[in-house]
Ligand binder design. Structure first.
Ligand SMILES: C[S@@+](CC[C@H](N)C(=O)[O-])C[C@H]1O[C@@H](n2cnc3c(N)ncnc32)[C@H](O)[C@@H]1O
Length: 219
């Protein structure tokens, strides 16, 4: 667990521990992260000049992908981990793109209401404690503009999780038990989203790790 310097709040970092952070990008890449994020971006149907938030942006791979693809869009990433944000900043600089990166928690977003047309989030939800999830979804709803949409990608949990040894390993590290389709859709609806739905099943690690894509709208 890490702590955000000002608030001293805890969070689960990208690779579980800081010492493993340098391995995060290569491992996710080997697992098929690029294809999974491309699919999420495709589903978000982003239009030129829209404002897009990457919630739990980590080391910044998705924000760079977004800005390269939608050069006229305003891309913002938020994450509580200053070490991951440092890596994201380097990645952004190397890519020669302009992206705003902010330190913050998903359930206390440092943005005005109605700021974003799209909120995307990849592999972040399972890092949240149960009590943080609904508050996070309410925050996402708050910062979305009217007619804005939320697009979520995460490992499948609950009854949809990976089975066998791999399933046990992933579930023990993360909070995937709460990541069932039923639970996520229930939380989205309870937070006030309309048309919350699972849009697609996916997988990573050569089909061994099931993933799921969700989307929900403000009205
Ligand atoms: C597995 S990583 C995913 C990073 C990135 N979205 C990606 O696709 O590679 C999970 C991220 O969630 C962040 N995180 C953990 N707790 C969080 C919270 N309460 N609010 C926002 N982000 C959080 C971690 O710091 C980490 O960067």
């Amino acid at each position: 667990m890490n702590q955000l310097s000002e608030t001293r709040r805890e969070f689960l970092p990208a690779a579980g521990r800081d010492v493993f952070l340098p391995l995060y990008d290569p491992i996710v890449s080997l697992m098929g992260g690029a294809r999974a994020r491309e699919e999420l971006v495709k589903q978000a149907n982003i239009q030129p000049n829209q404002r897009v938030l990457d919630l739990g942006c980590g080391t910044g791979t998705l924000v760079v992908l977004l800005k390269r693809k939608y050069t006229a869009a305003e891309i913002v990433g938020v994450d509580p981990d200053p070490k991951a944000l440092q890596r994201a900043q380097k990645k952004v600089r190397r890519a020669g793109v302009a992206v705003q990166l902010d330190e913050g928690f998903a359930d206390e977003l440092p943005y005005e209401a109605g700021t974003f047309d799209r909120v995307l989030s990849s592999f972040m939800l399972h890092h949240l404690e149960e009590h943080e999830r609904e508050k996070t979804l309410r925050e996402v709803l708050r910062v979305l503009k009217p007619a804005g949409t939320f697009h979520l990608l995460d490992f499948a949990g609950g009854e949809d999780k990976a089975s066998g040894r791999l399933g046990r390993m992933v579930n023990s590290h993360a909070r995937l038990e709460d990541n069932s389709q039923q639970r996520i859709l229930q939380l989205m609806r309870r937070a006030g989203f309309v048309d919350a739905e699972k849009v697609k099943d996916g997988s990573m690690l050569f089909g061994l790790l099931p993933t799921a894509y969700y989307q929900a709208g403000t009205r």
